[in-house]
Design a protein around this ligand. Structure first.
Ligand code: PLP
Length: 258
């Protein structure tokens, strides 16, 4: 039997904790066939991102054409797209794809390294978010995209409305950086779901955002609707965080094989 096919369009993490590597591990763990269009290559380890190089636009276009022209997709996840030109190409091609698209609007890594050129933010807002089924910003990304600053749980709803105004069908606002037990808010403007979890006292959380977005895409490909896909993806990522392990001298990755 051919499993559902899920495509990640994102950056490579040489340390294996985030990006394409986290995406493919998540997809394997959740029983879908993972495929990867690489937009950028990072030199990265547990201490941070030492450098990155984006691929030429024609290389990204060619990878997309190879995958979509033959294999097809049941869901797509986008992550680090690095430059305005790459965001533009990905948005243009995805606007012609019928499968659900989960956009992780990656801006800055946990170590504070920028993974998106400042000039690309407007292209993410104007071109990529309108083709998104679900967009999964953390609170810094919400501020980068909408200038809305979230101070507490009451701020999540206005933040979600500001993000929805940019065109995605659903917004999942990740409130994990607020004090207290982590809460994420999912809404399509009508329905609203709050997902709460226990905070794990574990600093080895590298790759959390990539893993969550890939898990949502995988569950959508497996036939769940958006709220159920997010609920199951949250369960998966919470377990992955609980089992995160030390690696190198800095922050280790979440564990996909828990
Ligand atoms: N590297 C790549 C290629 C990524 O796509 C991301 C996040 O999306 C990161 C690094 C940052 O991961 P984290 O913020 O979990 O450390």
């Amino acid at each position: 039997m051919t499993p559902p096919r899920v495509l990640t369009i994102a950056g490579s993490d040489s340390g294996g904790g985030a990006g394409i590597q986290a995406d493919l591990k998540t997809m394997l763990a959740l029983g879908v066939h993972g495929m990867s269009v690489i937009a950028a290559v990072t030199a990265q380890n547990s201490l941070g991102v030492q450098g990155y190089w984006e691929l030429p636009p024609e290389a990204v276009r060619a990878q997309l054409s190879s995958v979509l022209g033959d294999i097809g997709v049941q869901a797509v996840k986008t992550g680090m797209l690095a430059s305005p030109a790459l965001v533009e190409i990905v948005a243009e091609i995805l606007s012609g794809v019928a499968a659900p698209v989960v956009v992780d609007p990656v801006g800055v890594s946990k170590h504070g390294d920028s993974l998106l050129a400042p000039e690309a933010v407007d292209v993410v807002k104007g071109r990529l978010l309108p083709v998104a089924t679900v967009v999964t910003p953390n609170l810094w990304e919400v501020e980068q995209l909408t200038s809305v600053k979230v101070e507490d749980e009451d701020g999540l709803r206005p933040a979600a409305e500001a993000v929805l105004a940019l065109g995605p069908a659903w917004a999942l606002i990740k409130g994990g950086h607020l004090p207290g037990p982590p809460v994420d808010l999912l809404t399509d403007g009508v329905r609203e779901y709050r997902f709460r979890a226990e905070r794990h006292d574990n600093r080895h959380t590298h790759g959390t955002g990539c893993t969550l977005a890939s898990a949502i895409a995988s569950h959508l490909a497996l036939g769940e609707d958006v709220p159920e896909a997010v609920r199951k993806a949250k369960e998966y990522v919470t377990g992955a965080i609980a089992h995160g392990f030390p690696l190198g001298a800095g922050i280790g990755p979440v564990d996909h094989a828990w």
